[in-house]
Design a protein around this ligand. Structure first.
Ligand code: HEC
Length: 275
């Protein structure tokens, strides 16, 4: 060794000594500091009262993973079988000792053989002259909430009301939280009957107007001989027969006050056949 290399060795030695002194004061680096072990998985629920449930857990984020159920012995796979209903924690541990865990809940599978779901339908008929204005609201019972509902075998929805229906016969199936179903068929959506306000107006129109406003003779282009025609002409009826502008209807002079009041009351209530 030449004299020339001595300073280098000395310098090296100094670095080494410094390194050791640092190691004595700082804690050793944590091998798991930047490691996140994530556990996910799928479950199979046990039959009612049985212990045939299972969890298949998978870990990621580190290598050499082994798995433990509820703090038990670590095993090489994430599959745990012969489980009863309950809550479980699966912990995955890497070869470096880094861990992550997830919780799984197993519930008993209910056999639908012992479940009778009753669907109680409450149909609302179509409002005359208003297309697709019928509806059915169903109430299910006998199973486990929440229920979903299907109309005529269609897609299940969480809302219990089916609106926008025309007249007809329908069936509703309810499905409970366990997938058990019950169906009520022969649900009739009919037509709502005429209300008293409309009935009074129809009577006075038949007595005072239809002779000049029918399918054959529709003076001013207005036919008042059927219910829907009366409904759709209600604003014009109001102008001519209640206000009398520009001239009264009937042409012979305004109706008695109680008849005009009957028209006003009907229009204020909504001007529908059902009012
Ligand atoms: C004797 C025949 C006669 C009777 C009864 C009669 N109308 Fe008329 N109506 C007419 C004639 C004719 C016109 C067209 C001329 C006009 O508009 O004044 C007309 C026009 C109308 C119009 C359309 C004009 C507009 O304003 O848009 C309405 C609405 C109307 N009548 C409502 C009624 C009502 C409601 C009654 C009953 C309360 C009635 N009419 C009774 C003859 C009659």
């Amino acid at each position: 060794m030449s004299m020339r290399s001595i300073p280098y060795i000395l310098a090296f030695g100094t670095v080494l000594v410094l390194g050791i002194s640092c190691g004595k004061n700082d804690p050793p680096p944590d091998p798991c500091a930047s490691v996140t072990v994530v556990v996910s998985g799928t479950t199979m629920n046990p039959a009612s009262g049985a212990t045939n449930g299972s969890i298949l857990a998978t870990g990621s984020g580190a290598s050499g993973l082994t798995y433990s159920l509820n703090g038990g012995t670590f095993q090489s796979t994430g599959q745990f079988t012969n489980l009863a209903a309950g809550s479980y924690t699966v912990t995955a541990k890497s070869s470096a000792g880094c861990t992550g865990s997830a919780s799984f809940t197993l519930t008993n599978v209910v056999s639908c053989n012992t479940v009778t779901i009753v669907v109680n339908p409450n149909p609302t008929g179509v409002t005359p002259c208003v297309n697709a204005s019928g509806s059915i609201t169903a109430a299910a019972s006998g199973g486990t909430a929440p229920y979903t509902y299907s109309l005529n075998g269609g897609v299940f929805q969480s809302a219990a009301t089916f609106a926008s229906l025309n007249t007809g016969t329908f069936s509703i199936t309810a499905k409970d939280a366990n997938g058990c179903t019950g169906t009520q068929g022969s649900i009739v959506v009919g037509t709502r009957s005429a209300g008293p306000l409309f009935t009074a107006v129809r009577t006075l129109i038949q007595n005072n107007c239809v002779s000049c406003h029918n399918a054959t003779t529709a003076n001013g282009g207005v036919n008042l001989s059927n219910d829907c025609a009366i409904v759709s002409a209600k604003d014009r009826i109001n102008v001519r027969a209640v206000q009398g502008t520009p001239s009264p209807m009937p042409t012979s002079g305004l109706l008695p006050a109680n008849d005009r009041l009957a028209i006003t009351n009907w229009i204020n209530a909504g001007g529908r056949v059902t009012d």
